[in-house]
Design a protein around this ligand. Structure first.
Ligand code: PLP
Length: 390
């Protein structure tokens, strides 16, 4: 079956964050929304069918996850990521951001230090600060548009109060898919310094140009021992509204600590449509995902070609994964509030503002390219016109 990613779906008036909160976020509802990380494509039919089938039963009472939940995850991880996981390693979370928060609460104490690698997805900061822990920046370095981890800086920043590192793999917003060598170095440092790694791998299915994701925990026994891996079908299959994800925790002692907090907060049940949709996605999603990735590759090519040939003052940071692309506006001489206002008011597009991703974000904007090509083209034309008028 051929899926139609060109189809334009009207999302207004569905309490949709991306469309219906534009006025609150940008001060105007008229921007083309290229911000929140969900896709303007239909959630695939086989997932909707499974949800509708379950919804047609007349009772939506308390529900538990049966073995099929873990089995779907195990099969998906095996066939897509070549990672053999055991049933008992799988723990639930009602979303990846909640998992980051619970991990911080479970594995650190107030005053402890947690490392993040900005520019990075902003809930990484609040997951640390909201619980009275100290945020430590191990800023990524950028060389000719390619971002790398700064291991010397990391070693220097670690002290006896440092307990946890939140890894974004693949990295939102810089688009890096961390290599085996980079991950091995990270694991070596964190093992030696006794630091746990929470690896947010929510974007790991979204491989551009045939790239291959290596789950951190699949590297070695050592990596598995010191890590908790967050996965979810929500980005891959456009299910974010169903708030369902999983943590893979091979280390039994760590699993117990995590499960206690899940239990203490009483958020372990999840919702029944989330469970249904995760199973439908992982059991039947490969063909659809193949077509999605081909479409995203072409959107990225469109973005690259358009910006290179028509808006040379802007640079596209090369992306290896995710549909969230990091754009470098520094060549236009715009930064800070001036850049933010230019994008919203002059270009009329709604991007995520670089500084919200922390140190290293100024002069940058993040664009979401998971939308029909026609709308993406129109948005880029608006940007081009605004730049010409500068
Ligand atoms: C790196 C990363 N982690 C987590 C999330 C959100 O996860 P959830 O909706 O499951 O809380 C996002 C969404 O953009 C993300 O980019």
């Amino acid at each position: 079956m051929t899926y139609d990613f060109d189809k334009i779906i009207l999302r207004e008036n569905t309490s949709c964050v991306k469309y219906d909160l534009r006025k609150e976020f940008f001060g105007t509802a008229s921007v083309v929304p290229l911000w929140v990380a969900d896709m303007d494509f239909e959630t695939p039919d086989f997932i909707r069918d499974a949800v509708i089938k379950r919804a047609s039963h007349p009772v939506y009472g308390y529900t538990f996850r049966s073995d099929s939940f873990q089995r779907s995850i195990i099969n998906w991880m095996g066939k897509r990521h070549n990672w053999e996981i055991k049933k008992e390693w799988v723990a639930f979370s009602p979303g990846v951001v909640p998992a980051l928060n619970m991990a911080v609460m479970a594995f650190t104490s107030p005053g402890d230090k947690v490392i993040v690698q900005p520019p990075v997805y902003f809930p990484f900061f609040t997951a640390v600060k909201n619980h009275g822990r100290q945020l430590v920046y191990n800023q990524l370095t950028e060389k000719n548009g390619r971002y790398e981890m700064d291991f010397d800086d990391l070693e220097q920043k670690i002290d006896e109060k440092t307990k946890l590192l939140l890894l974004c793999h693949p990295h939102n917003p810089v688009g890096r898919l961390w290599s085996r060598t980079e991950l091995e170095t990270l694991v070596e440092i964190c093992t030696r310094k006794n630091i746990l790694i929470v690896s947010d791998e929510i974007h790991s299915d979204l491989m551009l140009k045939g790239n291959v994701h290596v789950p951190l925990a699949s590297l070695s026994q050592q990596a598995a021992d010191i890590s908790l891996t967050c996965i979810a079908p929500s980005k891959t299959f456009n299910l974010a509204g169903l708030a369902t994800s999983a943590l893979i925790i091979p280390n039994e002692a760590h699993r117990k600590v995590y499960e206690k907090i899940l239990d203490d907060l009483h958020v372990g049940m999840g919702n029944l449509f989330g469970i249904t949709s995760l199973e439908a996605a992982y059991d039947g999603g490969e063909e659809w995902l193949g077509q999605l990735l081909a479409y995203l590759d072409q959107n990225l090519e469109l973005l690259n070609n358009f910006i290179f040939s028509r808006i040379p003052g802007i640079k596209v940071v090369p992306a290896e994964a995710t549909y969230l692309i990091w754009l470098d506006f520094r060549g236009l001489g715009l930064k800070g509030k001036e850049l933010k206002e230019f994008v919203i008011q002059k270009a009329g597009i709604g991007l995520n503002d670089g500084p919200s991703f922390g140190p290293g974000g100024d002069g940058f904007q993040r664009i979401n390219i998971a939308l029909p090509r026609k709308i993406l083209t129109e948005a880029l034309e608006k940007l081009e016109r605004a730049v010409k008028e500068l």
